[in-house]
Design a binder for this molecule. Structure first.
Ligand code: GDP
Length: 499
C-alpha cells in the first residue's frame, strides 16, 4: 500500500471513529464465528431477551437472567429497536428469525431454526437504564449496534501477507492431507490436466474455481466439520456471488520462477490480488476496524463429535481468526486497520447438547484451544473471557437407567430425520438420550479423545434437536426462550457500560 492511500484509510477510520463517538453513548458489538457456529440464533436470543428484560421485574420467579446486573438490580427501564444506522448494511432480520424459532403466528408446531448467516448484517438496540454510581448517576441510555459477520471473512487476513504462489502451495498442501484428500479428489484430478503456464482461459478459471469451491464446501459438511480455509467469500460470498474477483483458484506453480502475465497462472494471480484489494481490505477497514466489543462463537461440540482431525482443523481456523484480534503492532496491519476492540468473549455454543456437569469441561477445552493459539501470537490487547453457553436451550435434563446404570441424560425433540441406534425420529416426539461426557483433561481431545459414551457405544452420533416448545406466559407476555449462561455472556460484553 502506498503512503498516500494508507494515510487516506487512516483518516477515513479516524473520521468514522469520531462519527461513532458523537452519535452518543454507543457501542458496536461484533458477533462472529465460522458458519453454523450459532451467530443467527445467538443474536436473535440476545435481542429477544434484551427487549423483554426491561418489561419484567428482576424478582420474576423464573429468574432467567440473574447474572446480568443492570436487570438483576432492577435498573433496566426500557429497551427498544432503533432504525438501521448504516444504509449500506443489511438489517439483521430479527422478527423473522424469532418467528422461525417460536413458530410465530403459525403456532409452536411450525418452530424451526432460522436460516444461517451468510453475509454481514446489523441491528441497533437502545437500552435505557439508571446509573447506580459515579458522577453520571441517574437516567442514561446505551445504544448498541450488533454487527453479525461470517468468521470465514477474518481468515482472509492471512492472505494479505501472501503472494498468489505462496497461497497456492499452502492450499494444495492442505488439500493433500489425509483428512481432506477425498474431498479434493475431483478438483486435484482436474488440476492435473491443465497447464498453469498455458494461455489464460476464462472457461478453465471458472471450472477450477467451481471445483475448488465444491471442495471447500465438502470440508464444511456437518458430518466432517472441517473448518474453512481462506478465501472466506468462496463459501460465504454475501453480495459478491458470481463476481470475477471470486473466479480464481490455486494452481500447482513453481514458487521459484516468476509468473508470466498472460498465462493462466498470471490471470489467477491478478484476480487473487483484486480479491485482496476489493474484498478483504474494505471489510477490515470499513467494518472490523469500527468494532468496540466482540463475541466469537465456536462450535467445539461438532468438531469433537467429528474426531481429532476436525478438532485440529478448528484450532487452525481459530488461529486465523485470532490473528485479526492481535494488536500486532505490525505496521503492515495497522496501515489497513487498527483494532479498537477492548473486550473479546470466546463462547462454545450449543452447550444444551451436554449435561450441565460437562459445561465447565467444555469451557476448559475452548480455553485450551484459544490459549494455544494466543500463545503463538502476542497478546490480544483486550480483556478476554471464555464461556460455554446455549443461546437457546433446546433440551432439559433427566435421569435415565441404561443397562442397570443410572445416567444423567438430556431430553428434547430430535429434528425429523435424525436417527440413533436404528431409530429414526419424525420431529414430533421428545426423546431422552445420554449426551456423553467430555474428558476431564482437555488436552486429550487433541490426541483423539472425544465424547465418552457408556459401553463405548460406537453408534453414538450427535443428535440435533428442534427449538424448545414455548413455556407458560410470564407477566402476560410470551414465555422467554430458555438459555444457558447467556446472562453471563451479556454481563461480560455490556455490564461495565451499564453500571
Ligand atoms: P450461523 O451460521 O453462525 O448463523 O449459525 P446458526 O445460528 O444458524 O446456527 C446453526 C445451527 O446450530 C442452528 O440451525 C441450530 O441447529 C444449531 N444451534 C445454534 N445455536 C443453538 C443453541 O443454542 N442450541 C441448540 N441446541 N442448537 C443451536
Amino acid at each position: 500500500m502506498t503512503f498516500i492511500s494508507s494515510l487516506a484509510n487512516e483518516t477515513r477510520i479516524a473520521a468514522r471513529g469520531l462519527l461513532d463517538y458523537v452519535t452518543g453513548n454507543g457501542l458496536r458489538l461484533g458477533v462472529t464465528g465460522l458458519s453454523r457456529s450459532g451467530k443467527t440464533v445467538f443474536i436473535t436470543a440476545l435481542i429477544h431477551n434484551l427487549l423483554r428484560l426491561s418489561r419484567i421485574s428482576a424478582a420474576d420467579p423464573n429468574r432467567t437472567f440473574p447474572v446480568f446486573r443492570v436487570h438483576a438490580e432492577n435498573r433496566l427501564t426500557r429497551s427498544f429497536l432503533e432504525p438501521q444506522p448504516d444504509d449500506n448494511i443489511a438489517r439483521f432480520e430479527y422478527e423473522n428469525h424469532l418467528a422461525d424459532l417460536t413458530g410465530g403466528a403459525k403456532g409452536p408446531d411450525a418452530r424451526h431454526w432460522p436460516q444461517s448467516t451468510n453475509r454481514i448484517s446489523e441491528l441497533r438496540i437502545t437500552l435505557e437504564f439508571e446509573r447506580s454510581t459515579g458522577w453520571r448517576k441517574g437516567a442514561d441510555a446505551l445504544t448498541i449496534d450488533i454487527i453479525d459477520y461470517p468468521g470465514e471473512w477474518l481468515l482472509d487476513l492471512a492472505l494479505l501477507s501472501q503472494t498468489y504462489a505462496q497461497w497456492s502451495t499452502e492450499t494444495l498442501e492442505a488439500a493433500a492431507s489425509p483428512a481432506r484428500a477425498l474431498f479434493a479428489r475431483d478438483w486435484r484430478n482436474f488440476l492435473a490436466t491443465i497447464d498453469p503456464t498455458g494461455e489464460a482461459s476464462e472457461t478453465i478459471a471458472r471450472q477450477a474455481a467451481n471445483l475448488f469451491t465444491a471442495y471447500l464446501r465438502a470440508c464444511r459438511d456437518d458430518r466432517y466439520a472441517l473448518s474453512t480455509l481462506p478465501p472466506g467469500r468462496f463459501l460465504l460470498p454475501g453480495d459478491m456471488e458470481g463476481s470475477p474477483a471470486l473466479t480464481f483458484a490455486p494452481l500447482p506453480i513453481d514458487t521459484t520462477s516468476t509468473i508470466i502475465k498472460d498465462t493462466l497462472a498470471g490471470m489467477m494471480e491478478r484476480r487473487f490480488e483484486a480479491y485482496k484489494t476489493h474484498v478483504i481490505k474494505p471489510f477490515f477497514r470499513d467494518h472490523f476496524a469500527r468494532l468496540d466489543r466482540q463475541i466469537v462463537l465456536v462450535d467445539v461440540l461438532s468438531a469433537l463429535n467429528s474426531g481429532p482431525a476436525a478438532v485440529r482443523d478448528l484450532e487452525t481456523a481459530m488461529s486465523g481468526v485470532m490473528s485479526a484480534f492481535r494488536t500486532g503492532q505490525s505496521s503492515f496491519l495497522t496501515s489497513i486497520f487498527r483494532p479498537r476492540i477492548d473486550r473479546i468473549l470466546f463462547a462454545a455454543t450449543k452447550a444444551d447438547h451436554l449435561h450441565h456437569s460437562s459445561h465447565d469441561r467444555l469451557e476448559d477445552i475452548l480455553r485450551l484451544l484459544v490459549n494455544r493459539t494466543v500463545s503463538k501470537a502476542e497478546n490480544l490487547g483486550a480483556i478476554s473471557d471464555i464461556i460455554a453457553m446455549a443461546a437457546v436451550r433446546a433440551t432439559r435434563e433427566v435421569n435415565v437407567t441404561h443397562n442397570g446404570q443410572k445416567l444423567q441424560a438430556i431430553s428434547g425433540t430430535p429434528l425429523a430425520g435424525e436417527s440413533v441406534h436404528g431409530e429414526t425420529f419424525d420431529g414430533s416426539a421428545e426423546a431422552a438420550i445420554f449426551p456423553g461426557e467430555l474428558p476431564a483433561d482437555p488436552k486429550t481431545v487433541f490426541n483423539g479423545e472425544g465424547i465418552a459414551m457408556p459401553d463405548n457405544d460406537a453408534d453414538y452420533r450427535f443428535l440435533r434437536f428442534r427449538p424448545p416448545l414455548p413455556g407458560p406466559m410470564v407477566d402476560g407476555h410470551a414465555a422467554p426462550l430458555p438459555h444457558i449462561r447467556l446472562d453471563r455472556a451479556l454481563e461480560f460484553l455490556l455490564g461495565d457500560k451499564l453500571v
